[in-house]
Structure formats: C-alpha cells, structure tokens
Design a binder for this molecule. Structure first.
Ligand SMILES: NC(=O)c1ccc[n+]([C@@H]2O[C@H](COP(=O)([O-])OP(=O)(O)OC[C@H]3O[C@@H](n4cnc5c(N)ncnc54)[C@H](O)[C@@H]3O)[C@@H](O)[C@H]2O)c1
Length: 318
C-alpha cells in the first residue's frame, strides 16, 4: 500500500512496486495536495496502471481499516515544504503530516499482531536543521527550524512510539528529492520551467545554500529496500546523496545542460530553510546495502528531458 500515490515520490514508488509485480493499493486525497489539479491528473494516471487499485481516502478523517489491511504500508502522503508551512500552512502540516500519520499508525496497530503491516514512514532532512562541518548522522540531535520540520519530528516520534507498541515502523529521512515529475514548488522544477520560458530563474536568497540533492530513482530504491527488509523497529535512516551541492553550482550545471545563459532573479530568503543539508548514509549502506548513485548532472538532464517532453505533449494535445 502506498499513501500519497498521486504525489511526486509516491507516484514513482507505486510505479516501481507495480513494475516489480506487486499488487499495489494506491491511496491519496488529491484535493489535499497544494496543486490539486495536477494531483487529480496524476491520480487518474495512477488508477489506470495495471496492478494498481486506487482508493481515495483522506488519512486525516476517513476510515482506514481497508488501508491498514496491506502487508506493507509505504506512507508518503503529507504536506511537504518548509516555505509553505509558515502562516496558514502550519495547520495543513499538522493535519496532513501529524494527524494523518497518527491515524494511519493507529489503524495498522489495531490489526491482529500477525497481520500488522510493516510501515515505512517519510520524514525529512529538515528535522536536523542545518548540518555543521560534517554530514548529519541519524543519532544527531534534531533542530527543526520551521512548522514543517517540527511536524516531521512529531511524525518520527509517533513512528517510534508505534514501534515500542509492536508495529514494525521504519523512518526514512529524505534529502531534497528531484527528477521527473518533481513538485512544482521545488527549486529545480521552478528553475527549469523559467529557463525553458526564457524567464529569469527565481532563487531564494543568494544561492549559497547547499543541499544533498537526491535523484528520485535512488530514493525509490532505498524505499523499496526498506519496505522489503526486516529492520530494527523504529529505526531512522538517512536517504540522501553524500555530496552536497550549492544551489548556484546546480544552476550552472542545469543551464549547461539546457545550453542557455540564464539570468537570476533573487527572492527573499525563506525562514527556517537550512544553510546546508548533508547526508551521512552509512546506516542505510549497512542495513540496506543502499547508497545514492545518480550524479547531479545526469539526474538534472533526466529531469530536463521530462519537462521538455511534458511541454511537447501539452502542445500536441492543446
Ligand atoms: N520531495 C522531497 O524532496 C521530500 C524531501 C523530504 C521529505 N519528503 C516527504 O516525502 C513525502 C512525499 O513528498 P512529495 O514530494 O512526493 O509530496 P507530494 O505533495 O507530491 O505528495 C504528497 C501527496 O500526499 C497527498 N496527501 C496530502 N494530504 C493527504 C491526506 N490527508 N490524505 C491522503 N493523501 C494526502 C497529496 O494529495 C499528494 O498527492 C512527504 O511526506 C514529504 O514531506 C519529500
């Protein structure tokens, strides 16, 4: 079972599971996405895939017994994003991250012990705040700097409690995921669309912030491995590329692949946005045999190709 299957990462995970021959129950409430039109289109695509059954459920309010009846639950539904979690976005982060996860975990825990699913729960590098002079390890202290990050700390606490009460939970801390179908509010999506339109690239702050940018293909591989493996209940694992790259350098790579000289439009920095995220993935390597292998230049070329082909399809249809 994959929650958030109309979304960016959930859509890729559902595809990969169905492609590997699993029977996939896809769950989403596309109306809860910040871009509901896009989520509805993606949802129709998910529902049409062979091997996938689509079940529309709002995890924060609906009955979840059917959802909990899977043997593995990959929980990717939620309200992502640091920027949008300030102000009015705080309530959505609490509802769709904390309340939704609490209800899902409770529904899974209500199953008879031998039928309880393993539950993989999405968290975020933002729980660490900014990295210091070395990559963050899972046992580093958490320092959330935004309502979004705080909601993920709470999600992790709930997953830990559920593990203490007999549910086999695993927490995956994803680091800045990119690739085909990336969310429209995310940096590379905005940069590529602007460059293809011939507009200046909208950059928050001075572009010196660095990220462990991680291709969605690597994220899917880690997620499937975590879903298949018998891991210590409640364990948290970083899922990120080991080499952080500054936003400015990523823009140089990106414009190089596009073959354009892009102008930058600086926008106000975002409160609570970490200066540096840097993943130590030693634990995922030990427990899952996983490490991120997609180089940024190759991954960006892949995402750019997707933007180009989506535009070509829109022209063909329109
Ligand atoms: N994309 C990243 O770089 C990144 C980084 C760290 C963590 N994460 C986490 O990974 C998960 C997936 O992120 P994404 O980028 O694919 O986001 P996304 O917005 O593309 O997908 C989330 C999906 O969850 C659904 N949803 C929201 N509230 C729901 C509810 N109450 N009931 C049912 N469905 C609901 C939305 O409709 C959407 O389709 C999120 O938990 C996010 O916080 C993502």
């Amino acid at each position: 079972m994959v929650t958030g299957a109309a979304g960016f990462i959930g859509g890729h995970v559902a595809d990969a599971l169905a492609g590997a021959g699993h029977e996939v129950l896809a769950v989403d409430a596309p109306g809860r996405s910040p871009t509901p039109e896009q989520a509805r289109r993606a949802w129709a695509g998910v529902a049409a895939r062979p091997g996938v059954t689509a079940l529309e459920r709002d995890l924060a309010v609906d009955d979840l017994d059917a959802v909990a009846a899977a043997d593995v639950v990959v929980h990717l539904a939620g309200r992502p994003g640091v920027r949008s979690s300030w102000g009015g976005g705080r309530a959505a982060a609490e509802r769709d991250n904390v309340l939704a996860t609490a209800r899902l975990l409770e529904a899974c825990a209500r199953r008879p012990a031998r039928l309880r699913p393993r539950v993989v729960v999405a968290s975020s590098s933002s729980v660490y705040g900014s990295a210091g002079n070395r990559p963050n390890r899972e046992d580093d202290p958490l320092d959330p700097g935004s309502p979004y990050a705080a909601s993920k700390v709470e999600v992790e606490r709930l997953a830990g409690l559920a593990a203490e009460n007999g549910l086999r939970t695993v927490v995956l801390r994803y680091f800045s995921v990119y690739g085909p179908r990336q969310r429209p509010d995310m940096a590379f999506h905005r940069f590529i669309e602007a460059a293809l339109d011939g507009r200046p690239l909208p950059v928050f702050g001075d572009g010196r912030k660095s990220r462990s940018f991680t291709h969605v293909r690597d994220v899917v591989a880690a997620t499937l491995a975590a879903a298949a493996e018998d891991l210590p209940p409640g364990v948290a694992l970083n899922v990120g590329h080991p080499e952080p790259v500054a936003v400015r350098s990523a823009i140089e790579l990106l414009t190089g692949v596009l073959g354009v000289r892009a102008e930058i439009r600086r926008e106000a920095p975002v409160a609570g946005d970490a200066a540096l995220t840097w993943a130590d993935c030693g634990r995922a390597a030990r427990l899952l045999g996983w490490s991120a292998s997609t180089p940024l230049a190759e991954g960006l070329a892949d995402q750019i190709a997707w933007h180009r082909s989506s535009r070509a399809q829109e022209v063909a249809v329109g």
